[in-house]
Design a protein around this ligand. Sequence first.
Ligand code: PEP
Length: 252
Amino acid sequence: MRKKIVAGNWKMNMDLEEGLKFVGSIDKYFKENPPEKGSVILCTPFIHLAGAAQILKQGKISLGAQNCASEASGAYTGEVSAWMIRSTGAEYVIIGHSERRSYYNEDDKLINKKTLLAINSGLKVIFCIGEVLAERESDKHFLIVRRQLEEGLFTLSPEQMDMIVIAYEPVWAIGTGLTASPDQAQEMHKYIRDLIKEKYGSDCAKKMPILYGGSCKPSNAAEIFSKPDVDGGLIGGAALKKEDFTAIVEAL
Ligand code: PEP
């Protein structure tokens, strides 16, 4: 059985006090309503990580960052390395999010470098891929996702693939209120799993969690998650409201 996961991506929201208070209330909820081990991840801004790790220490929730530097250490003013993230107690990092690809010009090569650095620092990677609207409309979405996987991920060894969770996030659905239909999500998730099977074999493909992301909310989560190749979700906006986030976890 593969892992089912709901991961919240807070993006650049909440100051330190608000963020830690929110972590505390989510932690309390999941202590009272325990999810399956490893099935809930909070990806906070860097400033929350160390404090959140302390709060979550005895609980059921995993912690992650949203980005890491493309170098291991040294004179890179303003950057935060994968190892620094790991040292806070965080277990995960999101790499390749479409906002990083588009606003910070992160290409497949850089994303590949960050992924390897993160894994070598002991972090698991939520590896994001997905096409923009023009690519879907011109029927290039499979081609784009294939390229993102081949250039960003498929340099990893089979052992390193155990540290990966894939998030398929059609960019046209992120923060827009538009959602891929459950059938569109299933079609792409199956395509992704088939590519993994081709490259790494069927055991790896069967084990790989593939999350859907893009305007996932309590009203659509259950239907999307019911598809056989959809193993949960990466949640942006709805991860900032306790009722919505916990309802999406319930939908797993
Ligand atoms: C995301 O940022 O990964 C995301 C899926 O955002 P939203 O849920 O707000 O569309």
